[in-house]
Write a protein that binds this ligand. Structure first.
Ligand SMILES: [Zn+2]
Length: 510
């Protein structure tokens, strides 16, 4: 347990450094503006540890199907995390590990009335998880091409609907992305049209993610909300903005008791629906619909509805590099960070003392058995790699064992020395259990790890080997045959194949 505490200190330390590096104090005098989190500590936890743990809990419990293709846009709710966090997690789980250059964050203003749309004039947003820069270049270009949209921080100051999305983005995306926070006011048709007209061109060549922040029905009964919200989410997923407007009008006209609003982020949502369609999304998918009455002890006489909807470009192979057969197999970013930190500690202590550490992290991963590889690199060169394909021990023990093996027992290398510790980057691959496939034709290159077995010969490649080497499937299987001590074309006949997926993460990225 002591070690677990140490990791929290370590992670906390990293967070602190990120915040300190934002240079808020010293830059503020020169006009560098950081929008501080206004709702941290009330609508969501105010410390990094608590916030990570809170989001992690929701993400682990959000059971989403496997997604074929690349998610380019999401619709996510914006109430306090106690109410809508579990729903938001369905959307955010679908984009774990994405690495966008920029996230367009669209919402409808709740606190200020103004005409058109505004982009915050801040240089950065701060949350308990650190600081994220605004893409001020893109914001400037968007405004330069538009009549209805301008730079103005005032409506953003007390607005919750965009702030509330930020910790989720920081939790699931690779760090380094920038944001463009856009709020719509009233009479926003011109602004919306300009955004739809210009944004696709401005995003060319960039990796991007579109986020619409909206809640659904406000204040009907649980039963009415369930009916209306289900329909609303379905229409959002259809990307038919005309149908959404009609549905909104029709529902309001019915005079359902206490219904004040069908969706509060209508302009933001219809903009993201249209943008995703324009930018190649060919499928929308509802991942979750729920309302505030679903929270334990939630009041069911008056509720607010929430949905998680995603927009997918199915022609893209997926911006998250690895997809899983079952989503419960995912390790969250926090769990990846924990395993890398533990591996680093094991390596340092073993190289210095020749003994393994005795303390171990105690968490979900100490109960899950998985195949694990630990790879050490110096620059682009491999410096050691050892692991097991089969799930013979739990993830924590497997990292302990394979870290020591990779730095001291890889027969291809001399043991790692003290002088190398700072130069080494640790990469961990956590595998799903291998399963047989009927034919080599079912192997997806870059996605599947491959086990080849013929007579008594056996060899394995991790999924990342083929893309790293630039091999196609045939070439990969030729090398795999040779690795097993067979002739290059031996894979073509009488061979059994098993495949597995791997989640690969490195100190380089986390
Ligand atoms: Zn709202």
């Amino acid at each position: 347990m002591k070690i677990h505490g140490l990791f929290i200190v370590l992670i906390g330390g990293l967070m602190m450094r990120t915040i300190e590096n934002s240079g808020y104090a010293q830059h503020h005098d020169h006009g560098y503006r950081v929008r501080k989190a206004v709702y941290a500590g009330s609508w969501y936890p105010g410390t990094a540890d608590e916030l990570q743990e809170n989001i992690n809990h929701y993400i682990v419990n959000a059971d989403i199907p496997e997604i074929e293709g690349s998610v380019i846009g999401i619709v996510s709710p914006h109430a306090g995390y106690v109410y809508s966090g579990p729903v938001a997690s369905f959307a955010y789980k679908s984009i774990i590990g994405q690495d966008p250059d920029v996230v367009l964050l669209l919402g409808n203003a709740h606190r200020e009335g103004f005409r058109g749309a505004t982009i915050d004039n801040a240089d950065a947003y701060e949350s308990p998880l650190g600081t994220v820069l605004l893409d001020t270049d893109l914001a400037g270009q968007l405004v330069a091409h538009s009549n209805g949209i301008r730079i103005d921080g005032t409506p953003h100051q007390r607005e919750h609907s965009l702030e509330i999305q930020l910790p989720f983005l920081q939790h699931v995306l690779k760090s380094g992305f920038k944001i463009v926070p856009i709020l719509f006011g009233y009479d926003a048709e011109d602004a919306q049209r300009d955004i739809l007209k210009n944004l696709p061109d401005l995003l060319k060549g960039k990796k991007y993610l579109l986020v619409a922040s909206t809640d659904l029905t406000h204040y009907p009964t649980y039963k009415d909300a369930s009916r209306i919200d289900k329909k609303t989410a379905g229409i959002i997923a259809s990307m038919d903005t005309v149908a959404l407007m009609k549905h909104e009008r029709d529902e309001m006209a019915k005079g359902t008791g206490n219904l004040a609003c069908v969706l509060c982020g209508a302009t933001a949502t219809s903009s993201v629906m249209s943008l995703c369609k324009l930018m190649g999304a060919d499928k929308g998918q509802v991942l979750k619909v729920a309302n505030s009455g679903d929270v334990s002890h939630g009041d069911r006489s008056q509720v607010v509805g929430y949905c998680a909807v995603i927009f997918i470009d199915t022609s893209e192979s997926g911006s998250s590099p690895i997809k899983f057969e079952t989503v419960a197999d995912h390790l969250t970013v926090e769990e990846q960070r924990m395993l890398l930190g533990y591996s680093r500690q094991v390596m340092t202590e073993f190289v210095q003392t020749g003994k393994p550490v005795t303390q171990k992290p105690d968490n979900r991963l100490s109960t899950i058995k998985r195949g694990v590889f630990v790879s050490l690199h110096i620059g682009h060169d491999l410096r050691g790699c050892i692991g097991y394909i089969e799930p013979v021990m739990n993830c924590v023990d497997a990292v302990l064992d394979n870290t020591i093996s990779a730095c001291a027992r890889d027969p291809r290398f001399t043991p790692v020395t003290m002088g190398e510790l700072d130069k080494i980057t640790i990469e961990i691959s956590v595998l799903t259990p291998p399963r047989p496939v009927d034919s080599w034709k079912q192997i997806k290159i870059g996605h599947h790890g491959i086990i080849l077995e013929k007579n008594r010969h056996k060899a394995v490649f991790l999924p990342q080997v083929a893309p790293e080497q630039g091999w196609d499937l045939g070439t990969t299987l030729r090398y795999l045959s040779m690795k097993a001590g067979l002739s290059p074309e031996a894979w073509r006949e009488g061979t059994q194949f098993k495949v597995f997926e791997a989640q690969v993460f490195s100190e380089k990225d986390i």
